[in-house]
Design a protein around this ligand. Structure first.
Ligand SMILES: O=C(O)CCC(=O)C(=O)O
Ligand SMILES: [Fe+2]
Length: 355
C-alpha cells in the first residue's frame, strides 16, 4: 500500500489521483479545495423543479403550425430559463452511452498516459487538465476534464481505442441537431433562420467535445466540481453517465435547481454568445456542479464555437428596441473571453459588452 502523499504533492495531483488517495484514507483535502462553508451549504436555496422540455422532432417533421409552436417554446425556454431538456432528437441511447464511456475510459488511463494531452494553452485542440480555476484565483475545483476539437479536424486521444470512432459519429449526428436549434433560436428572435450561423461565421468555426470527470470526494459538501458560471459559448448539449449524483444545478429565480439529466434526453445550456446576439433578451444560464462522496459523475458536452476573430454584437434588428443609452461594444470572441476571465466570470455577458 502506498503512503499518503504530502500536501505539496497533493497540489500537483489530478482530481482523480486525489480521490484515490483520500477517499479510503485521510479525509482532509488541501485547503484550496474547500470553497463552501457549512453555513452556506445549510442556507442555500436548492430545489427540485421541472425545467422546460422541447420535442425537436417537430422542427423536422411537424406541420407549419407545430413547427412554429415549438419555436415559440424554445424562445420562451431561452428567455425564462436559458436551458431546457431536448427530447425526440433521434440520437440513440447506445451512442450517447458509448460517448460517455469513451471519456470514462480516457479518465481511467494512467496519469502518465493522460499527461501527453496536458493543457498548455486554452486554445489547444485537445487538452486534459485538472481542478484549476481559469479565472485565476488560488481556489481549486473537484474536476478533471478533456476537451477535444472534433471539427474541422478530428482530434482524439489514442486510448481508449474506440474514442475516435465514437466521437466522429457523435459529432456528425449532434451537428444536425445543433443546426436545427440554431435556426430555431434565430427564428424565435424574429431573425432570418440563418442569422446566427452567418453572423458568427460558423462555416469557419469548430465543434468541441468537453468531457468532465468528478470522482468521489471525501469532503463533498464543502467543495465544488465547478463554481457558478455561464459558458462562453453559443450553447452546449449535455449528457451524463448513469450515476446517483445529480450534480448539475442551474440558477433560476435566485434558486439552484437540481438537474436530473435522464438519457436519452440532452440538456441544452444557453451560452454567452446568444445572450449578446439577442441583446440580453435571452440569458446565458448560470450553472454549477456539486460532487458526491460516493459516485463518480461524468458529463459530456458538445458545442460549436465561432472563429476567435469574429465580432460578438447584438443583432442590429434587436438593438433598435433595446432602450439602452450606450452603443454596446463590439468585441471579438477572443477579446470577450479575455475580458470574461479578467472579470473572473462574475459579470453577465451583456454587462461585459456594455461596460
Ligand atoms: O458537468 C456538468 O454537468 C457541467 C459542465 C460545465 O458546466 C462545463 O463544462 O462548462
Ligand atoms: Fe458550464
Amino acid at each position: 500500500m502506498t503512503s499518503p502523499p504530502q500536501p505539496s504533492s497533493l497540489l500537483n495531483s489530478t482530481t482523480k489521483e486525489l480521490s484515490g488517495h483520500t477517499i479510503h484514507g485521510a479525509a482532509t483535502l488541501p485547503a484550496s479545495y474547500i470553497t463552501r462553508s457549512p453555513a452556506a451549504v445549510e442556507s442555500e436555496p436548492v430545489v427540485k423543479e421541472e425545467i422546460p422540455t422541447v420535442d425537436i422532432s417537430l422542427l423536422r417533421n411537424g406541420d407549419l403550425h407545430q413547427r412554429s409552436s415549438i419555436i415559440s417554446e424554445i424562445g420562451r425556454a431561452c428567455r425564462e430559463w436559458g436551458c431546457f431538456t431536448v427530447v425526440n432528437h433521434g440520437i440513440s441511447e447506445k451512442l450517447q452511452r458509448e460517448m460517455v464511456e469513451a471519456f470514462g475510459g480516457f479518465f481511467n488511463l494512467t496519469e502518465e498516459e493522460k499527461a501527453v494531452y496536458k493543457m498548455k494553452n486554452i486554445f489547444d485542440p485537445i487538452c486534459h487538465g485538472t481542478s484549476t480555476n481559469l479565472m485565476g484565483t488560488h481556489v481549486r475545483f473537484w474536476r478533471d476534464f478533456l476537451r477535444v476539437t472534433v471539427y474541422p479536424v478530428l482530434y482524439y486521444p489514442t486510448k481508449p481505442i474506440h474514442f475516435r470512432r465514437v466521437s466522429e459519429d457523435y459529432a456528425l449526428q449532434t451537428k444536425e441537431i445543433i443546426n436545427e436549434l440554431l435556426r430555431a433560436i434565430s427564428e424565435s428572435l424574429g431573425l432570418e433562420e440563418s442569422f446566427i450561423e452567418e453572423s458568427l461565421d460558423l462555416a469557419s468555426g469548430s465543434q468541441i467535445l468537453n468531457g468532465n470527470f468528478y470522482p468521489p470526494c471525501p469532503q463533498a459538501e464543502l467543495v465544488m466540481g465547478l463554481p457558478p458560471h455561464s459558458d462562453p459559448a453559443i450553447f452546449s448539449l449535455l449528457i451524463q453517465n448513469n450515476t446517483t449524483c445529480n450534480g448539475l444545478q442551474v440558477l433560476h429565480n435566485d434558486k439552484w435547481v437540481i438537474i436530473d439529466l435522464i438519457k436519452p434526453s440532452f440538456l441544452f445550456l444557453l451560452g454567452d454568445h446568444i445572450e449578446i446576439i439577442s441583446n440580453g433578451r435571452y440569458k446565458s444560464v448560470v450553472h454549477r456542479v456539486m460532487v458526491s462522496s460516493e459516485s463518480t459523475r461524468i458529463s459530456v458536452g458538445i458545442s460549436i464555437l465561432p472563429p476567435t476573430d469574429v465580432v460578438l454584437a447584438p443583432a442590429p434588428r434587436l438593438l433598435e428596441s433595446s432602450g439602452s443609452p450606450n452603443e454596446p461594444r463590439r468585441l471579438t470572441v477572443k477579446e470577450f473571453l479575455a475580458l470574461k476571465y479578467q472579470n473572473k466570470g462574475m459579470n453577465s455577458a451583456m454587462d461585459l459588452i456594455n461596460m
